[in-house]
Design a protein. Structure first.
Length: 202
């Protein structure tokens, strides 16, 4: 087990050396997103700065992409864009903290219990075909009430945000455990607020 952080443009000024000193082993950096209004993909404003600083501090690094896809075509476009960015910015870089697909938009949750996994799998399959295996970041409500998680192969790890003293998702789903638990969005490192995570198996 280990503790880690996830970061985006919101964590400007974060001291990654201090993060390591406080016991955080890994950092998952937002690489990019699809704009909900524009429908276009874009790099997170601080991606390059964050990934370089985390690497320089000796942290294990991973990346995540914030999705707004509501169709297979949109999900595949997101995957193609992400693969291009990985090839451009992370060629040869070890992503020991994983690649993650962040699904939390309300219109995605409203796609339906069986429809949402189909959209997610369009992204996953596109990434897999390029040799990249990806986990899913989704909230408790999304995983329990908005999608059939049995439609996701077991090789797709889950990362779940539950801001409480207990990971209720893992307690309720012993056969489909989340491998990372984001347990608060109110951690602090040197005065900068940051999400904190617990990884069950290193």
């Amino acid at each position: 087990m280990s503790y880690g952080i996830d970061v985006s443009y919101c964590q400007e000024g974060l001291d990654y050396t201090q993060a390591v000193a406080q016991g955080y082993k890994f950092c998952i950096v937002r690489l990019g997103y699809t704009g909900s209004a524009s429908g276009r993909q874009a790099l997170d404003d601080l991606f390059v700065q964050n990934i370089n600083a985390a690497k320089a501090a000796g942290m294990e690094i991973g990346i995540y992409f914030y999705s707004t896809a509501t169709s297979e075509e949109e999900a595949e476009a997101e995957a193609d864009w992400l693969l291009d960015q990985i090839n451009t910015y992370l060629d040869g870089v070890q992503l020991d903290a994983g690649i993650w697909y962040d699904v939390e938009e309300q219109n995605q949750k409203e796609l339906g219990y069986y429809r949402l996994p189909q959209v997610i799998m369009a992204f996953m399959n596109r990434m897999n075909a390029a040799g990249k295996y990806v986990g899913l970041y989704a909230g408790y409500d999304t995983l329990i009430n908005c999608m059939d998680t049995s439609a996701l192969p077991d090789y797709i790890p889950l990362w779940v945000p539950i801001y409480d003293e207990k990971n209720y998702y893992n307690a309720e789903r012993p056969n489909r455990q989340a491998s990372i638990w984001q347990y608060t969005d109110s951690g602090f490192i040197g005065g900068v607020q940051v999400d904190l995570n617990y990884r069950y198996n290193d």
